[in-house]
Design a protein around this ligand. Structure first.
Ligand code: ASP
Length: 296
């Protein structure tokens, strides 16, 4: 089985990943080595920059006894013009047990999955999906608020370019949460009924802020310094309108002072941003274990 999208997973598989991740997290087995995937090889192929996802997949593989091998794309034959398909055929010939891919083009992981025999996991494709991020977000919410069912999650910012928003908008409603999407009109996809950031945040249990993906913008936003934060960012004043005890999330990397104010990002009681990173390892352990065991 491949993990290309949230749609790749049945409700039972989603529940199994979240439960397994919870076990790894709470028993602290994430901090110790396990041998479920002893001797297996996981290829990490990242065509776009990554800190959290790349390190977290590699750590997850090692925590399960597998070896993670990263292709430095910028120093590979990709720089000599090799096509994605030829690179996939080449990597497949080495018989990895799983291949994790991030790519700037929507659908690239599916192209690779059609060629590679081993399970392929999407670590983010263009503006399309980032399924393991959504799974770790759900696991983080569940860990902190004990449930996802019945919660309201406001996802705010650059929705148009966000694969994180797209995967969460698929996953969280399947777990019983209501998702509200909001952002500057020029950063909202055309098919979404627009909400203002203030409307989305009012009464929300979870406020998830997104980075403005300036590298994907065709034209500059043209915002003056401080303007984005004032109009659309998460300030303490805006957070005060959310539900009592509301928590703050961000997939990272953060543009501090743009979509989120420092004191909100660093609030030890409300911010789950570091917990999200921590949860990434057990969630990816559960994903790797599931797809590799299914292939065995
Ligand atoms: N790290 C996330 C992603 O790769 C979010 C972001 O880059 O803003 O999609």
């Amino acid at each position: 089985m491949d993990l290309l999208s949230i749609d790749s997973l049945t409700d039972q598989q989603i529940a199994a990943i979240l439960d397994r991740a919870g076990e790894y997290f709470s028993s602290d087995r994430v901090g110790r080595s396990n041998d479920q995937l002893h001797g297996r090889i996981v290829f990490n192929v990242f065509y776009e920059n990554s800190t959290r996802t790349a390190m977290s997949f590699a750590t997850a593989a090692h925590r399960l006894g597998a070896s993670a091998i990263a292709l430095s794309v910028e120093r590979s034959s990709v720089a000599k013009g090799e096509s994605l398909e030829d690179t996939a055929r080449t990597l497949n010939a080495m018989r990895p047990d799983a291949l994790v891919i991030r790519h700037r083009e929507n659908g690239a992981p599916a192209t690779v999955a059609a060629i590679v025999d081993a399970p392929v996991l999407n670590a983010g494709d263009g503006t399309n999906e980032h399924p393991t991020q959504a799974l770790l977000d759900a696991a983080t919410i569940r860990h902190r608020l004990s449930r996802t069912d019945g919660l309201t999650v406001a996802i705010c910012g650059d929705i148009r370019h966000s694969r994180v928003a797209r995967s969460n908008a698929k996953l969280l409603p399947r777990l019983g949460a209501e998702v509200r999407l909001a952002g500057p009109p020029e950063l909202m996809p055309g098919n979404i009924v627009p909400l203002t950031v203030d409307e989305a945040i009012a009464g929300a249990d979870v406020v998830m802020m997104l980075r403005v993906q300036r590298e994907r913008l065709e034209a500059e936003l043209g915002d003056a310094p401080g303007e984005y934060l004032a109009r659309y960012g998460l300030t303490s004043e805006r957070l005060a309108t959310a539900a009592p005890g509301a928590v703050v999330m961000h997939p990272g990397p953060m543009n501090r002072g743009v979509e989120i104010e420092d004191r909100v990002a660093d609030d030890p009681d409300r911010s789950l941003i570091t917990l999200q990173v921590e949860m990434g390892v057990p969630v990816r352990m559960a994903c790797l274990e599931m797809v590799i065991s299914a292939a065995a």
